[in-house]
Design a protein around this ligand. Structure first.
Ligand code: PMP
Length: 425
């Protein structure tokens, strides 16, 4: 049975010109991905005209869903004034003011066109400030495609540096050190071994590739204390976790970072990334006193259309809206857990705030792995009108209400039964 006839045909056409028929490894799905035609609110429509509830939201980017009228208006208006200039704009000043107003440690900001670029600039800023080469990151955590951070980024807790990017230079691997997640003593012991070489400790307070479990407060406090003692910068990648609270993830978990990397939700669905933090660290970008320690180029940096979409997105993202979607997220996790229990499975539903991740472990009578089961569940949910990530990642968006949560719970039960049957066949 075909999930989408038109997508299957589009996939054949796409493979003539795109490796694997698309432009992102993570959204490839076998035997073919479904291709989107349009999105509106919390629903996405595929090429056959089939509508599904979108619990993926472009991997947690679209906190206000698709084509939110205020964001569409902001983008349209900005595009009409010109899409990019080799001149700074008021739009970037205004947006920097809005971003910096969210957290007292966000004193200065720099904008990029993606989260990957923002992580890269943050790591380079830490190196420029400290003059040190090494970075530490949680084994298994994902931080985008920059080669220095694309090391052990697929959820494995191995402390031996390894990259899926074949041909990554040994020098890159030698300068990216793995620390174990939520293990303060283990992490600090490793940090102390190379204490003189570290520029930064790069963390995501709620790393989704590690099962979307939050860092605990003692762990964050131990990393903060190590950084305070040694002058190593604590860099918080909140590209996906900023949505946890109005002031961001670190703040919600009682911590504070030296530099924070933002992306996704702050751009309202337009390409975006931001490095923000204390002016003393951000000053490496400052060219007003001569060549800066860290030159920062980019023809699309602080793109005025992204700035305008971002302003609208942040304006809509009030503390009340965050509380509302966080409560819905809690309800989703509870409902999915109860379905899993009813079906007698040992799967988990992790996450916090408006984020969730279904972690499929085993199915009695099947020898499929957790990731293989996740893909079966993903496909079964597609046939039941629900889009999540193929690794079980999902989130709630502001256009959702009780109706979508109820529909998810009912269709999830059906999909779980189908996935389990498929796993056994
Ligand atoms: N860091 C984290 C924690 C992310 O979740 C992502 C995107 N999934 C990135 C970095 C990379 O951001 P982008 O996709 O905008 O390059």
């Amino acid at each position: 049975e075909s999930i989408s006839t038109a997508s299957r045909e589009m996939y054949a056409r796409a493979c003539e010109v795109l490796p694997g028929g698309n432009t992102r490894t993570g959204i490839f799905n076998s035997p073919y991905p479904i291709y989107a035609r349009s999105g509106n609110g919390c629903r996405v429509t595929d090429l056959d005209g089939v509508e599904r509830i979108d619990f993926l939201n472009n991997s947690t980017t679209l906190i206000h869903g698709h084509a939110h009228p205020e964001i569409v208006a902001a983008v349209t208006e900005a595009a009409g004034r010109g899409t990019c200039f080799a001149l700074p704009t008021e739009a970037e000043v205004e947006f920097a003011e809005a971003v910096c107003a969210r957290n007292e440690s966000f004193e200065w900001a720099r904008f990029t066109s993606s989260g990957t670029e923002a992580v890269m600039m943050a790591v380079q800023a830490a190196r420029a400030y400290t003059g040190k080469p090494k970075i530490a990151k949680f084994a298994g955590a994902f931080h985008g495609a920059y080669d220095s951070v694309a090391v052990n980024n697929y959820g494995s807790d191995s402390l031996t540096p390894h990259s899926h990017a074949t041909g990554t230079p040994a020098a890159i691997l030698a300068n990216t050190v793995m620390i174990p997640f939520n293990d303060p003593d283990g992490a600090v012991a490793i940090l102390r071994e190379n204490v003189d070489d570290f520029a930064c400790v790069l963390i995501d307070p709620v790393p989704w590739r590690l099962g979307l479990l939050p860092a605990n407060r003692e762990f964050l406090a131990a990393l903060r204390a190590f950084c305070d003692e040694t002058g190593v910068l604590l860099v918080s990648d909140e590209i996906s976790s900023f949505r946890i609270g109005y002031h961001g993830a670190m703040h919600a978990m009682g911590g504070v970072a030296d530099l924070t990397v933002l992306g996704k939700i702050i751009g309202g669905g337009m390409p975006i990334g931001a490095v923000t933090g204390r002016s003393k660290f951000m000053s490496v970008f400052d060219p007003s006193q001569g060549t800066p320690k860290l030159p920062h180029s980019g023809s699309y940096n602080a793109n005025p259309v992204s700035m305008a979409a971002g302003m609208a997105s942040l304006r809509l993202l009030t503390p009340e809206q965050i509380d509302r979607i966080n409560a819905m997220g809690e309800q989703v996790r509870r409902e999915l857990r109860s379905v899993i229990a009813e079906e007698g499975l040992d799967w988990a539903v992790n996450g916090m705030s408006s984020l969730f991740r279904i972690v499929t472990s085993t199915v009695p009578g099947s020898d499929l792995s957790g990731p293989e089961l996740s893909r079966l569940l993903f496909q079964a949910l597609l046939t039941n009108g629900i889009l999540i990530g193929n690794s079980g990642l999902g989130c709630v968006s502001t256009p959702m209400g009780q109706g979508e949560i109820d529909e998810f719970a009912v269709n999830f039960k059906q999909a779980v039964r189908q996935a389990v049957a498929a796993a056994r066949s």
